[in-house]
Ligand binder design. Structure first.
Ligand code: GLN
Length: 215
């Protein structure tokens, strides 16, 4: 299994360390072509506006949506969750729309903008320790979105199909149950070659301007 960690900015190194503990191959991804052959991509916490700026030099949104469409799994934490969302507020900015949530940035307020707590989650009875740093909040979750963990009745870890998003930093604690669960969720789907990489081919329109994805 090959897991990529988007390494443009933010807390990617800690995510890589956490996933390497499982013996899976972990690669840092800085170019869209490095998505090829990955089974999963982790989008780390950091600063989502900075990430968006750094993504401007390549068609990242297009390639990440193809990666998802062609079978790739995604885990976004904090700024990564903001990037995956269908709608972003506080202020509004672009989201990949890969999970049907509305997320509000920096929504815990300044006075408690960073804190550590234990979460109720559906993994097992043992609470999950979680670090929140200038964290966003899920303000709406669509009907197809499962809530995996809550903080005081509010969703903080959600999943829709192959996309998991959390508003906290699981990589900053020693607990690896969340990563284990994410890997287990993709293990059944993985082929020895990994996810088939998406390819863009010119559609049969005159001029070939329209392109379609093949996997
Ligand atoms: N506040 C950041 C943002 O809006 C997210 C913080 C984080 O990833 N720890 O992108």
């Amino acid at each position: 299994m090959r897991v990529g960690v988007l390494a443009l900015q933010g807390d990617f190194a800690a995510h890589a360390v956490a996933f390497r503990e499982f013996g899976v191959q972990v690669v840092e991804v800085r170019r869209t072509r490095e998505l090829d052959g990955l089974d999963a991509l982790v989008i780390p916490g950091g600063e989502s506006t900075t990430l968006l700026n750094l993504m401007a030099d390549e068609p990242w949104f297009e390639r990440l949506r193809e990666f998802h469409r062609c079978g790739g799994s995604l885990l976004g934490t904090c700024a990564g969750a903001i990037l995956l969302a269908r709608e972003v507020t506080g202020p509004a900015q672009a989201g990949l729309g890969l999970i049907d949530v509305t997320v509000e940035r920096n929504a815990f307020g300044r006075q408690i903008d960073s804190f550590e707590t234990d979460l109720d989650w559906d993994g097992d009875d043992e609470p999950l320790p979680a670090v929140f740093i200038r964290a966003p909040r899920f303000r709406r979750t669509g009907p197809g979105v499962e809530v995996l963990a809550k903080l005081e009745d509010e969703p903080v870890l959600v999943r829709q199909g192959r996309v998991t998003a959390g508003t906290f930093h699981p990589e900053l604690t020693a607990d690896r149950r969340l990563q284990r669960r994410f890997l287990e969720s993709i293990a059944g789907r993985t082929t020895p070659e990994g996810v088939q990489t998406p390819r863009l081919e010119a559609a049969a329109d005159p001029g070939g301007a329209q392109r379609r994805v093949t996997c």
